[in-house]
Design a protein around this ligand. Structure first.
Ligand code: PHE
Length: 355
């Protein structure tokens, strides 16, 4: 019994000086650890007389309980003090101004490519792509363009090699070849992408963007081409009616070929698409030439269809009232802030305004 009293007062003495969690841990080890003072007392139980053992054990358990309670209490006291200290020192000043936050803008060309892609995807076109560096074969020869065609001229085309085998594609039409040679008909694709020509003024840049369309199947006619373009123009410009005319033209890879103009007028210095007495050329198109189909191993007696190619930058300028093409590629941050789009802007015409 004396022994227990001694342990208890020993504990009290040390306990008074406990200030931190470390101190508390030390005291725990000293009394309850493997060789702790209380633990050792439990080990003596076996050697005691049965009558004494009972009383001693109950005293020992009581003291063990008391000391444990004290330790627990102290532990939560220390934790409270620590939390209060933290709250005092680490408080947040909610009146501080927020850090400036700059959100980027989507370039009008990217925006328009997204809009066009969703409009054509509604009528079953999928998006295909091809490289900017093309072979002369895909860009000209496979597209039925004769050796002496003016488009092949050094003045129009950026050749990458003296022997003229590699070039920067002058249009997106070579992706017609790439898609058809790698697949089986039917084909129904659009191809947005960068194109290059030696040209530079207010309405021409040496690098610009085109959108190619190609639909090949068993019974595709020029009527489908007209219907498709009529749908597209209405959706894209968000107008209910559009005046459109097909002007006979020539491309080596289509027969017959046409250029498409849409009607417009100027009202209060703003361009109104679809009506009026003026005409604006927006694309070239036609029925894919049988020679092109033969070049990609598609039988022109079984399959036929249409293709078209339009300038994406031109469409973006018209829709969003931008009048100098060169501004598109000058990467002027102020310009982009003004004409750019917020990310996640869903095109307003996505669900088919003209229906
Ligand atoms: N590739 C032609 C151009 O650049 C446009 C076009 C594409 C015409 C498809 C007819 C068919 O000008």
């Amino acid at each position: 019994m004396d022994e227990l009293k001694k342990i208890q007062s020993n504990f009290e003495e040390k306990f008074q000086n406990v200030k931190s969690k470390d101190d508390l841990q030390n005291i725990k080890t000293e009394f309850f650890g493997k060789n702790g003072q209380i633990t050792l007392q439990f080990k003596t139980l076996g050697s005691l007389q049965p009558e004494k053992r009972k009383e001693f054990a109950s005293n020992l358990n009581k003291i063990k309980g008391d000391l444990n309670d004290k330790i627990e209490l102290k532990n939560s006291e220390i934790e409270n003090i620590e939390i209060n200290k933290k709250l005092k020192n680490e408080n947040i000043d909610v009146t501080l101004p927020i850090r400036p936050y700059h959100q980027g803008k989507i370039h009008p060309v990217s925006q328009v490519i997204d809009e066009i892609s969703s409009i054509f995807s509604e009528i079953g076109f999928s998006v295909a792509e091809g490289p900017d560096v093309e072979s002369e074969y895909n860009n000209f020869t496979a597209l039925n363009t004769p050796e002496d065609h003016p488009a092949r001229d050094m003045h129009d085309t950026f050749y990458l090699e003296k022997n003229k085998k590699l070039l920067l594609r002058t249009h997106t039409s070579p992706v017609q070849i790439r898609s058809m040679i790698n697949g089986k008909p039917p084909f129904k694709i659009i191809v947005p992408g960068r194109t290059y020509r030696c040209d530079s003024d207010q309405t021409h840049a040496p690098m610009f963007h085109q959108l190619e369309g190609l639909h090949i199947d068993k019974n595709i006619t020029m009527g489908h081409l007209k219907g498709c373009l009529d749908y597209f123009i209405k959706e894209f410009f968000e107008v209910k009616n559009v005046k459109m005319r097909f002007r006979p033209s020539h491309f080596p890879f289509t027969e017959p070929s046409a250029e498409v103009d849409i009607g417009y007028k100027i009202e209060n210095e703003k361009i109104i698409i679809g009506e009026g007495n003026k005409w604006l050329e927006i694309l070239g198109c036609g029925m894919v030439h049988p020679n092109v189909l033969k070049n990609v191993k598609v039988d022109p007696r079984k399959y036929q269809g249409f293709a078209f190619g339009m300038g994406i930058d031109r469409l973006a300028m018209l829709k969003y009232g931008i009048n100098d093409l060169r501004a598109f590629f000058e990467t002027d941050y102020r310009w982009l802030n003004h004409f750019g789009f917020d990310p996640l802007d869903v095109p307003t015409n996505y669900r088919g305004l003209s229906k």
